[in-house]
Design a protein around this ligand. Structure first.
Ligand code: HEM
Length: 301
């Protein structure tokens, strides 16, 4: 991967923001790099940019019977569960849990020192993801077991060759399948235990347990695990990449004024609301939101 990355970086420097390379002599891959080129990707029509072929890569990651392994009607229903789970109305009730994770995490930091922002933020987002999506039980009791599985699953799943041959028997794919199976076992067990105890929690897992397919049957353990893994993969790296870039941009020389403005805004909001945080108060952080959105424009996940 590192070798390929260096080649791509070299071509980008030499050829500019849009270039095509031939991979393994059989496939052409076009790169769109940077904020000027990227809109063509996000706004391309279905005939120019087709999602479904490329997303076959996700089948071994998310699991069988979900998302890009099922017909469009079933997939749309499953995606509607995901979209429902992250609607503002449902996220509101998770703000306390998110804020608690953030406070506990930064409470471990001292007043001075050097950190690797990429590592720290990615870890913090995974803590939040675990708490809000997988639930309190997994977050409190099994995070050390689950976090490396998700990290390894991601690291071994998205090689360039995987886009073309997702089931090619290569060592990373073997590892991917092993880690995915372990995650499945853990989630199945939690679903079984919640269903048998009748306990209800405030998390996305619970909403999936209580959801029905279009035929009116409850989701199976394996469908729930697949949709949850899809949500973690969809949410974790996008959110951490965006948070890391926001931090990096604001800490850079060019971002100093924006950092000062965001800090001023925080002070003003704390002045009015105290340390309390809820969804509506987050909406008042207009300057911070603009910084996040600009980092997203410059460095889309
Ligand atoms: C900064 C954070 C995020 C960014 C930049 C982002 C970006 C995107 C983009 C570009 C797509 C469209 C992908 C495509 O059509 O190929 C997408 C879809 C999706 N994202 Fe996110 N996402 C973020 C956070 C999240 C989070 C936190 C979750 C859930 C926990 C999530 C769940 C989903 C789902 C379920 C879809 C599929 C929706 C559909 O196909 O209609 N995303 N996201």
């Amino acid at each position: 991967m590192a070798g390929l990355r260096a080649v791509i970086h070299g071509l980008h420097t030499k050829l500019g923001t849009v270039f095509t390379i031939s991979i393994f002599g059989v496939k052409k891959v076009t790169f769109l790099v940077g904020p000027e080129a990227i809109p063509h990707f996000f706004q391309g029509s279905e005939s120019e940019i087709s999602q479904s072929n490329m997303y076959k890569i996700t089948v071994p990651v998310f699991g069988q019977g979900v998302m890009y392994d099922v017909d469009l009607t079933t997939r749309s229903r499953q995606i509607s569960f995901c979209i429902d789970a992250i609607k503002p109305m449902n996220l509101r009730s998770l703000v306390d849990a998110m804020a608690q994770e953030v406070e506990d995490y930064f409470a471990q930091w001292g007043q001075h020192g050097v950190v690797d922002l990429k590592h720290e933020i990615a870890h913090l987002i995974l803590l939040i993801t675990s708490r809000c999506l997988l639930g309190k039980h997994i977050r409190d009791n099994m995070f050390d077991q689950v976090a490396p599985l998700f990290n390894e699953l991601f690291d071994n799943s998205f090689y360039l060759i995987s886009f073309f041959f997702p089931h090619l028997p290569i060592p990373p794919h073997d590892r991917r399948d092993k880690y995915r199976a372990k995650l499945g076992d853990i989630i199945h067990e939690v679903v079984r235990s919640r269903r048998s105890s009748g306990l209800s929690e405030n998390d996305v897992l619970q909403r999936l347990i209580e959801s029905n397919t279009s035929n009116g049957r409850p989701l199976t353990e394996s469908e729930i695990a697949g949709i949850l893994v899809a949500l973690v993969v969809a949410g974790q790296h996008t959110s951490s990449s965006n948070s890391i870039w926001t931090g990096a941009c604001m800490l850079s020389d060019g971002g100093r004024n924006h950092m000062a403005a965001a800090m001023e805004e925080q002070k003003e909001i704390i002045g009015r609301h105290g340390e309390r945080l809820d969804y509506c108060i987050l909406q008042e952080m207009v300057t911070l939101h603009c910084c996040i959105k600009e980092a997203l424009r410059l460095h889309p996940s």
